[in-house]
Structures are given as C-alpha cells and as structure tokens.
Design a binder for this molecule. Structure first.
Ligand SMILES: Nc1nc2c(c(=O)[nH]1)N[C@H]1C(S)=C(S)[C@@H](COP(=O)(O)O)O[C@H]1N2
Ligand SMILES: [Mo]
Length: 362
C-alpha cells in the first residue's frame, strides 16, 4: 500500500489536509474561545454600566391597557421580546472602552468620541416605535421602546457639514451601512441611543450605541453597533440595502394590526376583545376603525398617545355568534388621512393594505 494511493489510507495529500485541518481547528478553537470569552466579558462590562439620567425625563408611562386585554401588544415592548433584524453572522461584541464614534466625511470638523464622552453629553428620552420595511401587513417586525440617547443633530452640527452634503451614512462595526437625508434632521428627536426601556442597550439591539431616527424604517436609519457617521451625498454613496433593490428614502408607512384574535383562530362564541396596535409616524394616530363582516366601520377605543411616532393600542368589545367571521382594521392619522386599502408588497419601500383576517367562533 502506497502512501501515495489517493484512494485508500492516508495519502500525503490527505495527511497534508489532515494536518491543515488540525491547524485550522486549533486556530478556530482559540478564536471561538476568545469570542466566547470576550462575549462574556462584554456582557459583564455592559451590566456594570450606570446610564445617566435624561435632561427631560418623560413622565412615567400611563397604565398599560394590555394589563386588561389578553394578547394585546404591551405599550412598551419588553427588551427580551423585541424583534431582531440584522445580517450579522455573529453579534458584534464590543468592549465599550474600545468603542469610538467618528463623525467625518464632508465636514469641516471631524469628531471622534469615546463611550465615556458620549455618556457625558446631555441625554434625552424618546418614545419611538421602530419598524422593519420587510414587515408584512399584520407582521411582527415592529416594537415600541423608551430610548435614551444623545441628540444626533447636535453632534452633526458640531462637525459642521458642508452645505452640499445631503446624506448621513451611518456605519456599523460589522460593515452594515444605512443612509438618510440630512434634511430628516428637522428638529425631530433622532438620537444616538445608549438605553432602551430603562436598561443599557442590549447587545443584540446594538450595544454600545445605535441610531434611532423616528419615522424611518430600520434599514435606512437604525444602525446597531454604530461606529461612524459619514456626511456624504446620495449621488456618491448608498447604504447596504439600496443596491439590493430597496428604496433610497423610506419613511415608515401608516399601518394597523390585529393582535387578537389571531389569523384562523377558533374561540368560544361570546364576549371577547378584538385588539391590536396602529401607527402613523410623525403625524400620529387619531382613530382606529374595525370592520366585522359586512357591518360598517366602527370606532375602536384607543390606548395612550405617547408621541406621534409611537404606536397606539386599540380595542373593541365583541360578542360573536358561532360561525366564521372576517375582521379588518384601518388607522386614520391626525391629518384625517385613512390608511390605504390597496395591498402592496414589502419591496421596495414597505407593505400597504388593511390587515384582514378570518376567525371562527364556536
Ligand atoms: N449593524 C446593523 N444594524 C442594523 C441592521 C443590520 O443588519 N446591521 N439592520 C437594520 C434593520 S433592517 C432593522 S429593521 C433594525 C432592527 O432593529 P432591532 O434588531 O433592534 O429590532 O436594525 C437595523 N440596524
Ligand atoms: Mo429592517
């Protein structure tokens, strides 16, 4: 038997491969060890952080109607239940003492700040509902939180952007990018967020810092594990998802969702709630209407109106007779505009249409 026989036993080639494999496994092993070790230490660092207080602490949230209505989304989505959307193969583990944020590109005065510098700046609290453009009508990729962070417009102004810079392109440590018009900073509470629902920003949601820009879908604005804010032009650069066919400009569309009952649910006939959430960013939800079978639209009760960029919970009482029922919901914003009925797919700039479901009372 020859060692050179490729078909059997250990040929030199196979030995070489085996050797390479052992080396690779060792390197990978130590990298994995380092990764896990670092992951644990970043979580420890994170847990050791005390966030500063906001300049304008928002009032304590009003009672949450979800305490009374089973299966209705909570007013604030708990961090552990918050939807997660990203393309990171491994969640970046960033030691906050190594983290830096740079503002550069078409600016007069580039800025680099540390995590400590960031926490030393004035903080604001912002109630804001974030949504993913790939959320279908009735889908789960939307959540509401009380964010804590530093005003983005202040930091950008300090960098003195050139007059012809029309895009803020945000970069993540993992190479993700998201860009939006400089004109979006129109006084709205866009922030570099370090806190979420009273906690240090969770690692999966972008620790140490992420962007929150009220009114824009996540893929053009909500960069997690933020590292750089580049002032540039739309005719020079574009964010990660734009070359894949998604829209350059992507304000969150008015939507409403039925949380309970769920699609095709069977439940006992008799008194129950129909309930859900609705959002109409930057204008606010004025009214939510529900249609049951062929009846006319009826106005739902509304939950707290935290901000014009947060969702509102809604509900009505219902006593269905046994049988199949069709339920639809639509939102009406504070300008009196009614959510469009016509269905549109998520690509390129977000789904449209009414959430309509069929359910069974038994
Ligand atoms: N670094 C990085 N940030 C990211 C993304 C990503 O893939 N990588 N996805 C964006 C998208 S598409 C959305 S909808 C939001 C989701 O934020 P969440 O995971 O905290 O809910 O994060 C945004 N920020
Ligand atoms: Mo998204």
């Amino acid at each position: 038997m020859s060692l050179e026989n490729p078909k059997r036993g250990l040929s030199r080639r196979n030995l070489f491969k085996l050797g390479g494999g052992v080396v690779a496994a060792t390197i990978l092993g130590s990298a994995t060890y380092r990764y896990l070790h670092q992951g644990a230490s970043v979580q420890l660092d994170r847990l050791g952080i005390t966030l500063p207080k906001a300049l304008n602490p928002l009032p304590a949230p009003p009672p949450d109607p979800a305490l009374e209505i089973e299966k209705l989304s909570k007013l604030f989505t708990p961090n552990k239940d918050f939807f997660i959307i990203d393309n990171a193969i491994v969640v970046p583990q960033i030691n906050p003492s190594d983290w830096k944020l740079t503002v550069d590109g078409m600016v007069k005065n580039s800025i680099t700040i540390s995590y400590e510098d960031l926490l030393a700046r004035p903080m604001i609290e912002v109630d804001d509902t974030i949504a993913c453009v790939s959320n279908w009508v009735g889908g789960p990729y939307v959540g509401n939180a009380r964010w804590l962070g530093v005003r983005l417009d202040d930091l950008i102004n300090e960098a003195q952007p050139a007059g012809n810079a029309d895009q803020i392109l945000s970069h993540s440590v993992d190479k993700f990018t998201a860009g939006f018009p400089t004109a979006v900073l129109d006084g709205r509470d866009a922030i570099i967020a370090v806190g979420m629902n009273g906690e240090v920003l969770p690692i999966k949601n972008g620790f140490p810092a992420r962007l929150i820009v009220p009114g824009l879908y996540g893929y053009v604005s909500a960069t997690k594990w933020l590292s750089r804010l580049e002032l540039t032009r739309f005719d020079l650069k574009e964010g990660y998802w734009i070359k894949k066919g998604w829209a350059k400009f992507a304000p969150i569309k008015m939507q409403s969702r039925i949380d309970t009952p769920y699609v095709q649910e069977s439940f006992p006939a008799g008194k129950r709630a129909i309930a859900g959430v609705a959002w109409a960013h930057n204008i606010g939800v004025a009214k939510v209407e529900v249609k049951i079978n062929d009846s006319s639209w009826q106005e739902a009760n509304l939950g707290p109106d935290l901000a014009n960029t947060t969702w509102r919970q809604w509900w009505i009482e219902w006593s269905p007779k046994p049988g199949t029922h069709t339920l639809s919901v639509r939102a009406i914003n504070k300008n009196g505009e009614i959510q469009t009925e016509k269905k549109k797919d998520v690509l390129p700039d977000g789904a449209e249409g009414w959430h309509t479901i069929t359910v069974f009372a038994e």
